[in-house]
Design a binder for this molecule. Structure first.
Ligand code: 2M8
Length: 445
């Protein structure tokens, strides 16, 4: 087998191995359940090898959607044999909020809305898989569409901040970039209460070194925010009063803008012009909010601590939110691409591969081994290549794709990689890493 064929074959094997039949576990042992944005990326990877399974991945995720439209960040696998903490017993969603489904059990917070992007990509793959697959997939998208619309309406109604226009998060986990230094300032203001229950972390036993995972102090805060959210009945209007972590996330907002654009296209295709107009409005508002938070001096987008109004300017992946939101002027696009490929990012001389790390190596917050504080995340590189292609930046997208495939040549399909020495970190056989490889290798770019 040639290098790319064996890379694709192994990636397909990993997704099959991590599948319960209904969901794809985010990782074999570290994350033995279905995560929302992972499911979106995993469905994209699955589309190239097994379209029915790709469709099922999103159907299974949306089985956990709440009645208010929220797609929870975790849908728990009831048969999950491996222990994951915090599990359904900590969240107790159904007991505290009647919008939560009785089954499957879910978490009570949300995750970045990549799903309409996934549906668009699955439809594109289906279009070249023959008339019958295309027709089935279109029928499936029409069936899923009302759920996607309810999801986007939930974010507009319950989460779009009136002042900044950014999507408001009540937990760093909602950003998907858990311990990123972008959240250091707001987390420093979270005071863990005296009635916080004791707990035992299970995550560190699944990685080769504890230094690759968040600290105990960070985990105390993560758990405390669950206590707060549960106390507020997972209700956004109450949490706006009581939540001790409240941020406007430019990256989440950018993903929402891009996904709303694509959902508007689907709505128009399904003969729903009013929905399409509504979704285009969501996209325009979200995009304007992202562009309104670009720091003039650095050219990067900045999150906002909504409790203080402070802009959070640490140089992380989130700075490239405008590129992901799309619809940029040529000048803004060129500035973002130059930054991304320049010496503070993918062009930094110390890097093993010319790929953007999660935090700029030039930032004092950079830590090459620790989770979202510095490593390269192949799935995030995939998101960037997707955004670059969409903006017509095919050459840069192509360079990232080939560098990533070299990075994945170690066949560990790691969750993240040390950008300086190339070591695979976090979980191995991480589903969304395999999914990114499959899309790069098998789908039309
Ligand atoms: C990581 O997050 C979970 C909590 O949600 C964890 O550390 O237990 C993050 O990388 C997140 O973005 C990802 O969706 C999840 C599963 O891959 O793992």
């Amino acid at each position: 087998m040639t290098g790319s064929l064996s890379l694709a074959a192994r990636a397909a094997y990993i997704l099959r191995d991590n599948s319960t039949g209904l969901i794809t576990r985010a990782a074999p042992s570290l994350y033995p359940h279905q995560w929302s944005w992972d499911a979106g990326f995993n469905a994209i990877g699955l589309a190239s090898v097994d379209l029915p399974r790709a469709r099922l991945e999103l159907d299974s995720l949306f089985a956990g959607q709440w009645r208010n439209g929220m797609v929870p960040h975790i849908v728990f696998d009831p048969a999950g044999a491996v222990r994951y903490w915090p599990g359904p017993a900590q969240w107790q969603c159904q007991r505290f909020n009647e919008d939560a489904p009785a089954s499957p059990a879910t978490s009570g917070i949300t995750d970045p809305p990549v799903h309409a992007i996934a549906v668009d990509r699955i439809l594109a793959v289906a279009a070249s898989a023959g008339a019958r697959e295309h027709e089935i997939t279109l029928g499936w998208a029409a069936h899923l569409y009302p759920r996607l619309l309810a999801w986007h309406r939930f974010l507009a109604r319950d989460r779009a901040d009136k002042e900044t226009g950014l999507i408001r998060l009540f937990h760093g986990w909602e950003s998907g970039t858990d311990n990123s230094p972008r959240w250091d300032v707001p987390y420093a203001n979270v005071q863990v209460g005296p009635d916080m229950p004791g707990y035992t972390r299970s995550d560190r036993s699944h990685v080769s070194s504890a230094a690759q995972r968040p600290t105990d102090g960070e985990y105390d805060r993560y758990l405390w925010l669950i206590e707060e959210a549960r106390e507020a009945g997972y209700d956004a209007s109450l949490l706006r009063e009581t939540g001790s972590f409240q941020v406007g996330d430019v990256l989440f907002t950018a993903i929402y803008a891009a996904a709303s654009d694509l959902l508007a296209v689907l709505a128009a295709r399904l003969g729903k012009p009013d929905d399409a107009a509504e979704l285009r409005d969501y996209a325009a508002e979200a995009r304007a909010a992202v562009l309104g938070h670009v720091d003039e001096a650095s050219g990067l987008a900045a999150d906002v601590d909504l409790r203080t109004g402070e802009w959070l300017r640490t140089e992380t992946y989130a700075g490239f939110a405008p590129l992901i939101a799309g619809g940029l002027s040529a000048a803004m696009r060129e500035r973002q691409v130059a930054l991304l490929t320049g010496p503070r990012w993918a062009g930094h001389p110390d890097l093993k591969w010319p790929l953007p790390p999660s935090t700029s190596p030039s930032s004092p917050a950079f830590n090459p081994d620790c989770y979202w504080r510095g490593p390269v995340w192949p799935v995030f590189t995939w998101l960037l290549t997707w955004a670059l292609h969409r903006s017509g930046e095919d050459a840069v997208a192509g360079q990232f794709r080939s560098a990533s495939l070299k990075q994945l040549g170690d066949h560990t399909y790691a969750e993240y990689y040390n950008p300086v020495n190339g070591a695979p970190l976090g979980s191995h056989h991480q589903s969304w890493t395999a999914a990114a490889a499959l899309d790069w290798l098998l789908a039309e770019q």
